[in-house]
Design a binder for this molecule. Structure first.
Ligand SMILES: N[C@@H](CCC(=O)N[C@@H](CS)C(=O)NCC(=O)O)C(=O)O
Length: 208
């Protein structure tokens, strides 16, 4: 049996987890999920019926991890040999920007897409404030750092990088110079290229 069962759909946030799986060299088998026909076995492990979902078949039993950000950080912990964990000095940026991407960035993009952005009066209670504030904050980091933790790629870049990658590809994030330069850096990685090749092949097959 493979170490991980990976529930995904190639046209989804499952791409984030696949990139993480490839970065750590994980042994996984995939189960592709059709939104209109979700297997009971999948709903049993994730009642939300959302991908990505992984089941780690650990020695002490099966462990379910959902939420793309959590899957990335979990895989980095389970595979320290991949060298994607932060050291003490990198820890603050590692957590800060991973959670910033999974909270404010995700909400800023989704609320704009759904045309339900907060009014100026609502901004103080909206965790992302507004779209511009969120984009400006993220840009300010990549204006002075090549990666989330400064000069070196860590697992946080899989999650934050995926947000930037997705945003630039679908035009839901502004193509600011710092975002484009960051994307060029992480897109050159072997793990990124290998994971995208799998998903792009699957997407091609789905379109036949
Ligand atoms: N909070 C979750 C969101 C996952 C999510 O919304 N996945 C979508 C695809 S991108 C999904 O599974 N949609 C199927 C559905 O809701 O039926 C995460 O960050 O992983």
């Amino acid at each position: 049996m493979a170490d991980y069962t990976f529930y995904t759909n190639p046209m989804s946030r499952g791409q984030i987890a696949r990139w993480a799986l490839h970065e750590v060299g994980a042994d996984y088998r995939q189960i592709l999920i059709d939104w209109k026909d979700k297997p009971e076995s999948f709903l049993a492990v994730n009642p939300m019926g959302k991908v990505p979902t992984i089941v780690h078949h650990a020695e002490d039993g099966d462990r379910v991890v959902t939420e793309a950000a959590a899957i990335c950080l979990y895989l980095a912990e389970m595979h320290p040999e991949a060298g994607l964990l932060p050291n003490d000095a990198e820890m603050a940026d590692y957590y800060r920007w991973t959670f910033f991407a999974s909270g404010p960035v995700e909400q800023a993009i989704t609320s704009r897409h759904l045309k339900c952005e907060p009014t100026p009066e609502q901004e103080p209670m909206a965790g992302w404030g507004n779209f511009e504030r969120t984009m400006n904050a993220l840009e300010s980091h990549f204006d002075q750092a090549d990666y989330v933790c400064g000069g070196r790629f860590t697992m946080a870049d899989v999650y934050v990088g995926s947000a930037v990658d997705w945003g630039l590809t679908f035009g839901t994030m502004p193509p600011r110079r710092a975002f484009v330069a960051y994307a060029e850096r992480f897109q050159a990685r072997e793990g990124y290229k290998a994971a995208k090749a799998v998903d792009n092949t699957l997407i091609g097959e789905m379109k036949k």
